[in-house]
Design a protein around this ligand. Sequence first.
Ligand SMILES: NC(=O)c1ccc[n+]([C@@H]2O[C@H](COP(=O)([O-])OP(=O)(O)OC[C@H]3O[C@@H](n4cnc5c(N)ncnc54)[C@H](OP(=O)(O)O)[C@@H]3O)[C@@H](O)[C@H]2O)c1
Length: 263
Amino acid sequence: MDKDEQTLKDKVAVVTGASSGIGEATARALSERGASVVLAARNTEKLEALERELSAAGGRVVTVETDVSDAASVEAMIEKATTAFGGVDVLVNNAGLGLSGRVAEVRAEDLRYVFEVNVIGALNCIQAVLPQMRSGGRIINVSSVIAKRSIPKVGGYCATKSALDAISDALRVEIAEKGITVTSVYPGTTRTAFRDNSRRTKDEKRGWRPKGVTPDVVAGKIARAAEKGGRNVYITIPDHAYIAAVTMLPSLADRILRRWARD
Ligand SMILES: NC(=O)c1ccc[n+]([C@@H]2O[C@H](COP(=O)([O-])OP(=O)(O)OC[C@H]3O[C@@H](n4cnc5c(N)ncnc54)[C@H](OP(=O)(O)O)[C@@H]3O)[C@@H](O)[C@H]2O)c1
């Protein structure tokens, strides 16, 4: 174990969006590593089913119905977490949704809503948890590879993840002296209900996507970040290569993406 690494055995973790996909898998991974876990999302039926599963396996888990876009709901959730477990050591800002549509067509009201969840939602959780988070605390924000280079037909969604990255970068420096780390996680395609839950501008043809990884793979990386912190976490070598290539060769990326965006 290196000097910044910590066991999760006596830690308390809040996972937003724990009712599905990456959040559900992350809650499971954190619980398996011994953390007490607060499951936060709107769908309490799914959260309670997960709570039963994790409790049966010996985990300490509570469900808190939460809408991350509502600051009062988030404050109440952090209060319940503190009452149940005495504090919060790890915050995984995972709740989010997608939005498809070309920039010329996307509805401002849809984009505003997705910003409310993906960006203000994370901000609400950060602001609610920070006053009581102690040294050794971890804030983990789930971004996306396409935050690093926006792609056609989902530019609005990419904008929300780039905005989240901007918040992560500023926050990391602002709270470094408190001994709290801020990690950005960059999943590529992950096999969850994400596409079905995305808002759509019209019935766009769904473009090609890589097959992607299971949410367990992403969850394993998030749980590792909860143990050892770190700045940026990438999931696969192709994800990392994509980011390196589009950063170093932006015009070539434009040309390739123009083809992809044609239909
Ligand atoms: N899947 C991918 O390919 C992929 C790639 C890169 C990044 N990501 C990011 O990974 C994160 C998780 O996505 P996923 O793939 O696991 O999708 P998912 O299966 O659709 O899960 C999304 C989760 O967010 C929660 N959520 C949505 N709105 C919420 C709100 N207002 N308040 C609280 N919770 C809310 C949902 O719970 P309720 O509906 O119960 O509230 C659900 O648990 C998202 O931030 C997404 O942008 C996904």
